[in-house]
Ligand binder design. Sequence first.
Ligand code: PMP
Length: 394
Amino acid sequence: MLGQLPERAPDKILNIMRLFAEDTRPGKIDLGVGVFRDAAGRTPVMAVVKTAEARLLERQQTKGYIALAGDPEFHAAMRGLVLGAAVAADRVAALATPGGTGAVRQCFEAARLANPDVRVLLPEPSWPNHASILDTMGIAWASYRYYDAATGGLDRAGMLEDLARTGVGDLVLLHGCCHNPTGADPQPADWAEIAMVLGQTGAVPMVDMAYQGFGDGLEADAAGPRLLAETLPEMLLAVSGSKNFGLYRERVGMALAVCATPAEATRAQALLAWLNRQAYAFPPDHGARLVTDILTDPDLRTSWTTELSAMRELMNGNRRALAQALQAESGSDRFGFIAGQRGMFSLIGADPAQVAAMRDEDALYMIGDGRINLAGLTPETIPRAARIIARHLR
Ligand code: PMP
């Protein structure tokens, strides 16, 4: 039987990670995999996480199960972080999941149970795993216009036109901030228009929130999703704690369902817990516990926001420095958009052949669609990366 397993090509990003690890050339630069790196090129455990972990080690008396939906204290802490006071707590059902990916999956599962014929609208482009998970689940999806490659910004008119064609029963996926892979985000006025259009069509938004705090700050980054929650009766959210707490391998995630009424939220809460039961029963707790402690202890929370600000400033500083170096190398402003975008990623406009040439000839690694991780750069590597990019994208 197992001999009949279908072949699957290795994941493209993991493949690039492997090629990079095997590359023996000195001075190789990895802008591929989407993890934060500090100025020394490391992905450190945040100091506040170390502190919270040390305290937890002292204090924790049991590893007994908690609840299928995860710890209610974790729900409250994450709900507050993402939604603030945008919506009453009794209208929100919450589910701890293994990572943001687990949350994305459980949101899709819930949407399909609510509407077996659900159609998901994805921004073009989006995180490739969105389409891949939907294909695996057999859920229909379509794209809506989102990115304008000519300007490096939003295709505002195209997006609103496409969203206006959605209807009741559709689920519209939006990146809450720091869009992956483009780095192009809706501005506050755009979020207001999105809310208005979805209010008219009756489509339900699903916000994927994987980078809160990586763009303009914790509050500013959540403003769009909060506006949707304030304006529309229903919404799904998939939240990740991987990046902003640096807890990648601990798998911290949460699915939130904002419902029209408290009674519907109670029903959704039971359904979500059941979804966890069917997939893996109890969600991981270690990382979730750390996040809860950090968010609810005032001192830890202050330390966390300070560390997170430094990470954000490093990435935004790299954006400015790379845009400047590219301007000098190319003698044009065509890469200026990189400075104005937000989050870890930008698309530099390279095709797969150019991406392969930069890797093979110059040991500069990025994803095949020309996505670069801004946190993969350091003050030392920026001049060389700019030189290589400008030369290959003449
Ligand atoms: N959504 C988006 C847009 C992402 O970029 C990521 C991380 N690459 C995730 C969800 C999920 O992250 P994780 O499962 O590692 O928490």
